[in-house]
Design a protein around this ligand. Structure first.
Ligand SMILES: O=C(O)C[C@@H](Cc1ccccc1)[C@H](O)SCc1ccccc1
Ligand SMILES: [Zn+2]
Length: 168
């Protein structure tokens, strides 16, 4: 299992570097994808960005299914179209126990490279669109708490610090 970094760890603010497409089909990268899925399923979560496990490369894994049957890999993802708005109460494996409403595009067109090293394009909306945008923020060093007011973000920081102390 990989260790998930937690807010306010400054490494979560690193901007990830593009993946060299030639690396995708190497055993090392495929192993990293397996470790990411294992870590995500164990958390449990429906998405995990490489930034969250201190790997600063542009890729993320997602699986919305409840039986691990729909694993999706997005390498060097880019949103080429966005439409509409939706509000979703988001959580984050890097900000445990905090939930807040975030407004994001309702439907998006994403271009990415898949696990097979081949480019593909996906039109989606709803929760998958929210998750893709949430994970892509991680790759840009952004967290959903950045959409909160500075006051609320400070309250989150204090709450997490307190939780850490009582857990210690
Ligand atoms: O930290 C992460 O990136 C995993 C996030 C992904 C996510 C956040 C908000 C909305 C959609 C996806 C979650 O912690 S995974 C847990 C989860 C499970 C079901 C629905 C929403 C979030
Ligand atoms: Zn997150």
């Amino acid at each position: 299992l990989l260790t998930i970094l937690e807010f306010p760890d400054p490494r979560l603010r690193t901007v990830a570097a593009p993946v060299d497409p030639a690396q995708v089909t190497t055993p090392e990268f495929q192993r990293l994808l397996d470790d990411m899925f294992e870590t995500m399923y164990d958390a449990p979560g429906i998405g995990l960005a490489a930034s969250q496990v201190d790997v600063h490369q542009r890729f993320m894994v997602i699986d919305l299914s409840d039986d691990k049957s729909e694993p999706q890999v997005f390498i060097n993802p880019e949103i080429v179209e966005r439409d509409g708005e939706q509000v979703y109460q988001e959580g984050c494996l890097s900000v445990p126990g905090i939930f807040a409403d975030v407004t994001r595009a309702n439907s998006i067109r994403v271009r990415a490279i898949g696990r097979d090293g081949q480019p593909y394009e996906l039109d989606t909306d709803g929760l998958l669109a929210v998750c893709i945008q949430h994970e892509m923020d991680h790759l840009a060093g952004k967290l959903f708490v950045d959409y909160l007011s500075p006051l609320k973000r400070e309250m989150v920081r204090k709450k997490l610090a307190k939780a850490k102390r009582s857990a210690a």
